[in-house]
Design a protein around this ligand. Structure first.
Ligand code: GLC
Length: 487
């Protein structure tokens, strides 16, 4: 099969969040199954500094925007042996970093333009995919454009997150796309958004894609059954309910492998788990904490966004420090949350460290060095960090929502005779209600078990034994692609 992934991010080249990891690593896995998979991305300004080699210009096209021609140069390179197309245009794409200021039309125009160029390109090169798989709102207009062109290509839309839907004023968006609104029935439907933003790209994707997926089966259920998760798209979800599949994300288990990871201080595996503590002592020193293997060290690596429960965490910090823990945060995102974490670190400089930056090396060192990984998410379509943490024997304490429910099995102690402990199952700890006291109580429960070294070791082994590789999920995507041709 010939498959084209169209997306706004792709690891290891361009990354803001988990979307990038999924696009990069899922494509690699699909290739392993012998399919001709390719990726198309915007040629952002920051890519100019990367040493892309070989980089070949393969096409020169024009896109009509409000009556005038916009030139587009298309380049081809390879990423992990996968052909990669890059769309370059100085007015809309190659002028600034990945996501622009959301209050400006340029933030939306960039991806409408990219999507148009990607579709136009298919008429210019002699490679046509059977499937175009688009990811989130940024490429969500492609299924509509394919339908209008009447291409015989099937489209798959993956929802990584319904929080941002790509909304703008209807008229301006349609003018930009050179459409009148009569081309296709879905364009008769608008979606009332804030500030008159009644054009909604995710709505159009939901109405036009041949198949829709999301990144865990629990999140699929949540968006189908609870309005708060559907975020205004209840009707569209209802209409397409049988076409929405939940397929769990995986991680690249070659990259995320404590046995071979060169970023960490000391490699380890289940057999050499005693070495993990070296990473803890190293991390404690690096961030300026007291070095003591018995002090529980908590870690968090995340985008700083409302979804991630940073506010809950910040409100619980006093209690967590009282429990004697050290915490290391790493992430970037909304200023409000960046400042929240900075304030926590200032207040407890001996116990809380906050690194407001993007740092792959430090991220790996946190996964390897921490005892416990925190993810108190408000909602979580899948979540990748808990998977990485478990692979590194770092036990997640999470809110029970979305993919966190599907991937973290609550710890249970098996009681034997006369109060003896017979064994322990599970890979982490979760709390239901998004409330500080619930979070604190669950963390306290985890720390009680942490103090019992043998039990903790068993949980670490349980977690490290989980198979979070892409294999099974990639097979599910391939099955779904094939299904689209069996009508
Ligand atoms: C988004 C979601 C996250 C998911 C990731 C990759 O970032 O918020 O839960 O793991 O996309 O699909």
């Amino acid at each position: 099969m010939k498959i084209l992934f169209a997306a706004s991010e792709c690891s290891p080249l361009i990354k803001v969040g988990g979307l990038a990891d999924v696009v990069g690593s899922l494509a690699k896995e699909i290739k392993q199954f012998g399919h001709d998979i390719r990726i198309i991305l915007p040629f952002y300004q920051s890519l100019k500094e990367k040493n892309l080699d070989p980089l070949k210009k393969i096409a020169d096209i024009n896109i009509k925007i409000e009556g005038s021609d916009e030139p587009v140069l298309v380049y081809q390179t390879t990423l992990d042996h996968i052909p990669l197309y890059l769309i370059k245009n100085d007015s809309y794409i190659t002028n600034g970093d990945i996501y622009l200021e959301v209050s400006e039309f340029s933030s939306i125009a960039r991806f409408l333009f990219f999507s148009q160029a990607a579709v136009e390109l298919l008429e210019k090169i002699d490679w046509q995919p059977d499937i175009i798989h688009v990811h989130d709102w940024q490429t969500g207009i492609i299924p509509l454009l394919i339908k209008i062109k009447k291409f015989s290509i099937k489209t798959v839309f993956t929802i990584h997150n319904l929080l941002i839907q790509g909304q703008w004023n209807y008229k301006q968006s349609l003018d930009f796309l050179g459409l009148t609104g009569d081309e296709i029935p879905s364009l008769q439907q608008t979606k009332q958004g804030l500030y008159g933003k009644d054009f909604n790209i995710v709505q159009q994707a939901m109405l036009n894609a041949d198949t829709i997926t999301t990144v865990s089966s629990q999140y699929a259920t949540e968006i189908k059954t609870q309005n708060s998760f559907a975020r205004g798209l209840e009707q569209e979800i209802l209409k397409r309910t049988d076409d929405i599949y939940g397929i769990l994300n995986g991680i690249d288990t070659h990259i995320f492998n404590p046995g071979t990871d060169l970023y960490i201080h000391k490699q380890y595996s289940i057999k050499t788990l005693n070495n993990k503590v070296e990473n803890k002592l190293y991390l404690q020193k690096k961030v300026g904490f007291k070095q003591d293997k018995n002090i529980p060290l908590l870690g968090m690596v995340t985008r700083l966004d409302i979804q991630k429960g940073i506010d809950l965490l910040a409100s619980a910090v006093d209690g967590i420090v009282d429990l004697g823990c050290q915490i290391v945060f790493l992430g970037t995102g909304q200023k409000k949350y960046e400042n929240m974490l900075r304030r926590c670190a200032q207040k407890y400089s001996d116990h809380v460290a906050a690194y407001i930056r993007f740092d792959t090396r430090l991220a790996q060192q946190i996964y390897a060095g921490a005892d416990i990984f925190l993810m108190p998410s408000r909602f979580e379509p899948c979540g990748l960090s808990q998977l990485i943490a478990m692979r590194y024997g770092t036990i997640p304490v999470v809110r029970a929502t979305g993919g966190l429910i599907d991937t973290v099995e609550n710890v249970k102690i098996k009681q034997g005779l006369i109060g003896r402990i017979k064994g322990i199952t599970g890979t982490g700890f979760s709390f239901d209600i998004f409330r500080k006291d619930k979070f604190a109580a669950t963390l306290k429960g985890a720390l009680d078990i942490y103090a019992q070294k043998k039990l903790w070791r068993q949980i670490q082994i349980n977690a490290m034994k989980q198979d979070f590789s892409w294999k099974k999920s990639a097979q599910k995507y391939i099955k779904l692609y094939k299904k689209l041709f069996q009508i």
